[in-house]
Ligand binder design. Structure first.
Ligand SMILES: NC(=O)c1ccc[n+]([C@@H]2O[C@H](COP(=O)([O-])OP(=O)(O)OC[C@H]3O[C@@H](n4cnc5c(N)ncnc54)[C@H](OP(=O)(O)O)[C@@H]3O)[C@@H](O)[C@H]2O)c1
Length: 362
């Protein structure tokens, strides 16, 4: 694939950035990364609820890292890069204000992920209020869109479950190895994927120890998974997605069931496809051990890191191929991926501010 070197001419001075929705979980993770980013100065951070409060009063891990205080969205000043991390449907509502603030916008919500405006009423239940801008956005997954990201001025984040599923399956569809129907994906989520806003479902006695399938059908990320796999494979696959909450704070694991077109395809053939797709990718690792307890991807060891681990097993009993992928939802599933995409857009080294290896044990 590409080199990940820096275009030093692009790094004359630090870019001034602002984070909208910085009191949330994804916004807080963005801050953790951006505050240690050598080419960035975090100028302003917003929260409507915590105006005037120091960042560390909401994100205690950032104590002694910054003396920034939250400001109201209405008090934002122009900057070089605007990161928006608002709930779905909010940034497109105030698009004119947001896009006037910066020449580069990176939106972590779903508002600019889908190319077809008709998909928003179907999957999100609302008509897109700013559909004219959809085509100007690059879907911010570097593994699929690195070339388009170079110099991009509008970047949409990818959904956390969608990120894990697309990285797991894209090489198979690109190689034409698997059928486009059925594609069955089981997604398991830690609680931080639901954001910082409490709800009855997130109340500790209700949320702890759960294995709760909260969306057997109809998960919104289906739309972006189908969109992106259609781009690599040429045919829109039929994705059947089920989402289950599990008892962790961070982490998404997807277990994808796809079916080989040719029953003669072997494990070695599949290895070759993944190796060719991902050997140069800085944040994708193939995990397929014969022995030990870490034989398949497990989000637990990815906590705080930007890696996506991918493993697979070819079922000898049938033509089924099981592909398992894991990420930290707040990193490769949100903030880490957004920083990686921004690094590419700005001509900075792709991995800058993202070199944390994760923790073991944790
Ligand atoms: N959590 C994840 O794992 C994850 C992964 C991928 C993508 N995302 C996406 O990232 C976005 C943020 O997610 P999150 O989990 O960080 O959510 P969150 O923890 O609930 O944070 C939401 C943020 O938006 C602000 N906000 C809410 N409504 C607002 C409004 N009407 N006007 C201005 N500010 C408003 C909140 O500020 P106040 O302090 O004022 O309430 C808070 O800072 C979502 O679109 C989500 O889908 C999240």
């Amino acid at each position: 694939m590409d080199d990940h070197t820096c275009n030093s001419a692009a790094v004359k001075q630090r870019a001034r950035v602002a984070v909208v929705g910085a009191s949330g979980y994804a916004g807080g993770e963005l801050l953790r990364l951006l505050l240690q980013h050598p080419y960035v100065e975090v100028a302003q951070v917003t929260s409507q609820r915590f105006v005037g409060r120091y960042v560390h009063t909401v994100h205690p891990n950032l104590r002694k890292r910054t003396l920034l205080q939250f400001v109201r969205l209405e008090d934002l000043e122009p900057c070089d890069i605007l990161f928006t991390s608002l709930p779905h449907g909010e940034s497109s509502k105030i698009a004119e204000k947001l896009f006037a603030l910066a020449p580069r916008v990176v939106d972590l919500s779903a508002d600019y992920r889908l190319r077809d405006p008709e998909m928003y009423p179907v999957w999100y239940g609302w008509s897109h209020p700013d559909s004219k801008r959809l085509s100007s956005f690059v879907y911010g997954l570097p593994e699929l869109h690195r070339l388009e990201l170079r110099g991009a001025t509008k970047i949409s984040g990818s959904g956390c479950l969608a990120t894990a599923a697309i990285i797991a399956l894209a090489p198979l569809f690109a190689a034409g190895l698997v059928k486009t129907e059925p594609v069955i994906i089981e997604g398991k989520f830690g609680s931080s994927a639901g954001g910082a806003e409490p709800s009855p479902a997130s109340h500790h006695p209700e949320r702890t120890s759960v294995i709760r399938t909260y969306e057997p059908v109809g998960h919104r990320h289906t739309a972006e998974i189908e969109q992106e796999l259609a781009l690599v494979g040429g045919v829109r696959p039929k994705v059947h997605l089920t989402a289950t909450s599990v008892d962790s704070v961070r982490g998404v694991q997807t277990c994808c069931h796809v079916f080989l077109k040719d029953p003669a395809v072997t494990e070695q053939d599949i290895w070759k496809v993944y190796r060719e797709a991902y050997s140069s990718e800085p944040f994708v690792r193939l995990v397929k051990e014969r022995h030990g307890i870490h034989r398949v991807p497990d989000p637990k060891v990815l906590t705080g890191s930007n890696y996506c681990d991918v493993g697979f097993a070819r079922d000898p009993h049938s033509e089924r191929l099981v592909v398992i992928s894991a990420i930290d939802n707040l990193m490769k599933g949100a903030a880490g991926n957004a920083v990686q995409a921004t690094n590419i857009a700005m001509g900075w080294p792709e991995t800058v501010a993202l070199d944390f290896a994760g923790l073991h044990p944790c």
